[in-house]
Ligand binder design. Structure first.
Ligand SMILES: CC(C)(COP(=O)(O)OP(=O)(O)OC[C@H]1O[C@@H](n2cnc3c(N)ncnc32)[C@H](O)[C@@H]1OP(=O)(O)O)[C@@H](O)C(=O)NCCC(=O)NCCS
Length: 164
C-alpha cells in the first residue's frame, strides 16, 4: 500500500464534494451535516468550505480514501478544531486515521494555535480510542446534535498544543 496525505488546493471542489458526500453517506452518525443537505449545496458552498477549512486527503494507491479538515473559531483565536474525519471502510485499521489527525495537529501547530478541539459521538468507540491515543482528553462538555440527529450525543475532546 502506498499512502500519502495531500492538502487540497482551492480549485479542487470536485474532489472535496466527492469524498465528503461519500463520508456523509457512509457514516451519518459521525457528522452533524446530513447527506441530503450537502448533496444540494451549490458550487459556491464547496468553494467557501475549501477557502475556510484546510482540507487533507489520504490518497491510497492513487485513490482518495480518507479526509479531515481543520477549522478556526472567530470568537477564540487560540482554538482550532478538527472536523470531518473519515476513512473509507476498506482502508480502516491501517493507520490512515492516525495520519490524518497528525496532519491537522501539524497544521494547527504551524498556525500557532494553543488547543485543538473536536466533538465525537458518545458511541463512536473506534474514534474515541484513536483520539485518546493521539493525546486528546475529554473536556466534560457534551452537546446533542440538532434534528434529525438529536438522538446523538457528542463529547468534546481537547489536545493542548505546545506553542513556542
Ligand atoms: C474513526 C476512523 C476515522 C478511524 O480511521 P482508521 O484509519 O481506521 O484509524 P487507524 O487505522 O489510524 O486506527 C484505527 C485502528 O487501527 C490500528 N492501526 C493503526 N495503525 C495500524 C497499522 N499500521 N496496521 C494495522 N492496524 C493499525 C490502530 O491501533 C487502531 O486499532 P484499534 O482502534 O482497533 O485499537 C474510521 O473508523 C472512520 O472513518 N469512521 C467513520 C467516521 C468517523 O467516525 N469519524 C470520526 C468522527 S468524530
Amino acid at each position: 500500500m502506498k499512502m500519502e496525505i495531500q492538502r487540497l488546493s482551492l480549485d479542487e471542489c470536485a474532489r472535496l464534494r466527492s469524498i465528503r458526500l461519500t463520508a456523509l453517506q457512509d457514516a451519518p452518525q459521525a457528522f452533524e451535516t446530513t447527506f441530503q443537505t450537502a448533496v444540494a449545496f451549490p458550487p459556491e458552498s464547496w468553494q467557501r468550505q475549501l477557502q475556510n477549512l484546510p482540507t487533507f486527503i489520504a490518497v491510497v494507491d492513487g485513490v482518495d480514501s480518507g479526509m479531515v479538515r481543520g477549522a478556526s473559531n472567530p470568537d477564540d483565536p487560540s482554538l482550532a478544531y478538527l472536523i470531518s474525519l473519515w476513512v473509507a471502510p476498506k482502508a480502516r485499521g491501517l493507520g490512515i486515521g492516525q495520519a490524518l489527525i497528525e496532519a491537522v495537529i501539524a497544521w494547527a501547530g504551524s498556525e500557532k494555535y494553543a488547543r485543538l478541539v473536536l466533538d465525537v459521538a458518545e458511541e463512536n468507540e473506534p474514534a474515541i480510542a484513536l483520539y485518546t491515543r493521539k493525546g486528546f482528553k475529554p473536556t466534560g462538555q457534551t452537546r446533542t446534535l440538532p434534528p434529525p440527529k438529536d438522538h446523538i450525543k457528542e463529547h468534546e475532546m481537547v489536545l493542548e498544543l505546545s506553542v513556542g
